[in-house]
Write a protein that binds this ligand. Structure first.
Ligand code: HPA
Length: 275
């Protein structure tokens, strides 16, 4: 697809969303594993299935619905992405970040993402939360590859502050008010869908990673390139491969994501009351 086709698609998707809602939020929350039940606690104003939005990809992962909500979360008008797109589903990183560009084009200023991740740093226990302060995206195809989308940002964007310090501080404040343990650290991206080998986890440890997962990084690159403030929080759902000697399973990941959902929901609600 040429750059101008991609941009035209972004405009068409944005126009469709705009024509279906009366007020446009300036913040978007992407729900990762475990945060699904948050949608029961918001005041939903409208709901758009992804398949109705022109050019939107379809979600293929069990437990990831495909809906865009316009809702009030702690009183704050918010786009809520219920379901997202991953490279391991077969999407390119340009496709996986299409929604990020749509949000930016609609005028969203802040993108908040949540995800599930394996814990490499053993100070973190499964079902605890970690705010991402930086990432290792060396294994991530850049969503910026190809002709630059000058409408959004520069060819060679700075990456020294992908994750917004003020938002990180507000999240920490919210966690401390609620006495929810919140770690901070570096998230390493792997392509998946297979979990890592123990040798890969040792390599990522040496590279400085605290947690590992299969999402978020391409989106954070596209988001920061688009000039949006970006925040991402991981739910540590398991010890990374090789740490306990036990095999990893999607069931364990979902179980711990669900175990953390009370805390993640409370944290997001408090955080949204501050931004
Ligand atoms: N590795 C990669 N992605 C993950 C993991 C993991 O251990 N846990 C949850 N998502």
């Amino acid at each position: 697809m040429t750059k101008s086709d991609y941009f035209t698609n972004v405009v068409e998707a944005s126009d469709y969303i705009r024509s279906n809602i009366s007020e446009i939020p300036d913040v978007c929350l992407v729900l990762g594993s475990g945060l699904g039940p948050l949608t029961d606690r918001v005041e939903t104003i409208s709901e758009i299935p992804y398949e109705k939005i022109p050019h939107f990809p379809k979600t293929t992962v069990a437990g990831h619905d495909g809906k865009l909500l316009i809702a009030r979360l702690s009183g704050r008008l918010t786009f809520i992405m219920k379901g997202r797109f991953h490279f391991y589903e077969g999407y390119s990183t340009q496709e996986a970040t299409f929604y990020v560009r749509v949000m930016a084009y609609l005028g969203v200023k802040t993108l908040v993402m949540t995800n599930a991740a394996g814990g490499i740093n053993q100070n973190m226990k499964p079902s605890e939360l970690m705010v991402i302060t930086d990432h290792i995206g060396l294994f991530c195809d850049s969503p910026l590859r190809g002709e630059n989308l000058d409408e959004f940002g520069p060819r060679f964007p700075d990456q020294t502050k992908v994750y917004d310090k003020d938002l990180i501080d507000k999240l920490k404040e919210a966690a401390s008010e609620l006495s929810i343990p919140l770690h901070q650290g570096v998230y390493a991206y792997t392509r998946g869908p297979q979990y890592e080998t123990p040798a890969e986890i040792r390599a990522l440890t040496a590279l400085g990673a605290d947690a590992v997962g299969m999402s978020t990084v391409a989106e954070a690159i596209a988001s920061s390139h688009s000039g949006m403030k970006t925040l991402a929080v991981s739910c540590i759902t398991n010890y990374a491969a090789g740490i306990t000697g036990q095999p990893l399973s999607h069931a364990e990941v979902m179980e711990n994501a669900n175990a953390s959902s009370k805390n993640s929901i409370a944290l997001m609600e408090r955080f949204f009351s501050k931004i």
